[in-house]
Design a protein around this ligand. Structure first.
Ligand code: FAD
Length: 299
């Protein structure tokens, strides 16, 4: 039995071979994944991890693909998508138990309706909870890590574990969760609040994003903000707005966004990232660090 047949036997939703990652990333770029897997539950995830170890095939975890630059040569081995089967929200007192595949905006809206405060910042962040935890996603002065009571994950060694708050570290757009396993769910501790006011807060953030952010395909902010000045402000002051490589372009609306108006390759975007870094280095002697994760092979 070849690998595809083995996965097809294991998984309800099956497996796609040579799947274009451009179909799944928010930048709409990225080459082929050897195998794109859609596990239906934690049991299937454990089977995938077991098989990847047994066959020595690398495994990459994929959420909503909104913070990823997948190179044009694609991803070798397995791409495991934590999606709809892992999208659920259960109330436990003033906490929410949330599946890692839950979209952050859906979560923010539901928490507000439930009269639970703390997730308003997530309205409009297009990622899944799993990706948000790994990246410690945040906005408007808040971030996901501060709400975490525990996280359940399937370790790359195969077993499922629950990590307590004390075992998890969050920093600015980073955590110590990357590389530890596949996040399945989290328990988030929230505060009681007024549902109507909380719903207004979420909608306000959504409207603010629609106003400030370019509508074209992007991965949100490309660079981390240096401590003294936002990356977008540095890029704009250096004259970077509108800079382009191929079809990839620095947004005129928000200088920390690189947009794909159509036809850009991952190579164009990566070269443009380098070009912006050089520009800001020359003008301000500041080394911008990408916030987006760059993965996969060059073509
Ligand atoms: C228009 C736009 C606006 C944005 N605004 C913001 C913002 O305001 N604030 C902000 O912080 N970010 C923002 N982002 C970036 C992005 O949405 C967040 O970083 C988001 O949390 C990423 O989630 P994802 O599911 O898309 O992760 P992915 O991009 O799929 O993956 C990101 C990383 O997490 C890992 N990962 C994903 N799921 C899991 C899992 N279940 N278990 C283990 N590892 C996993 C991946 O391997 C990868 O390393 C924006 C993006 C866009 C396109």
């Amino acid at each position: 039995m070849n690998l595809k047949q083995e996965f097809a036997r294991l998984l309800q939703a099956g497996v796609k071979e040579n799947e274009p990652m451009s179909r799944h990333t928010s930048w709409q770029v990225g080459g082929l994944a050897d195998y794109y897997l859609l596990p239906a539950d934690e049991g299937e995830l454990q089977e995938i991890v077991r098989l990847s170890r047994e066959k020595e095939v690398p495994l990459f975890v994929f959420g909503n693909g909104t913070n990823l630059l997948v190179r044009d040569g694609g991803i070798r081995g397995l791409v495991v998508h934590i999606g709809a089967p892992f999208s659920y929200i259960r109330r436990e007192g003033s906490s929410l138990r949330v599946g890692a595949g839950t979209p952050l905006t859906l979560l923010a809206r539901r928490a507000a309706r439930e009269g639970l405060q703390g997730l308003g910042f997530g309205g409009g962040i297009p990622g899944s909870l799993g990706g948000a935890l790994v990246m410690n996603a945040g906005a408007f002065g808040s971030y996901i890590g501060r709400l975490v009571a525990e996280i359940r994950l399937v370790r790359f060694a195969g077993e499922a574990v629950t990590l307590g708050r004390e075992e998890i570290a969050f920093g600015y757009r980073r955590s110590n969760l990357a590389g530890r396993g596949i996040i399945v769910e989290a328990l988030l501790e929230l505060e009681p609040g007024d549902p109507a006011a909380l719903q207004r807060e979420v909608e306000k953030h959504l409207a603010e994003r629609r106003r400030r952010h370019p509508a074209l395909p992007s991965a949100g902010s490309v660079f981390r903000n240096p401590t003294h000045r936002p990356a977008g402000s540095l890029i704009e002051a250096a004259g970077g707005k509108g800079l382009s490589v191929g079809s990839a372009r620095v947004s005129e609306q928000h200088a920390n966004f690189i947009v794909n108006p159509g036809g850009a390759s991952a190579g164009d975007i990566e070269r443009l990232i380098g070009k912006v870094q050089r520009l800001v280095r020359e003008k301000f002697a500041v080394e911008l660090q990408p916030e987006v994760r760059i993965v996969g092979e060059e073509r």
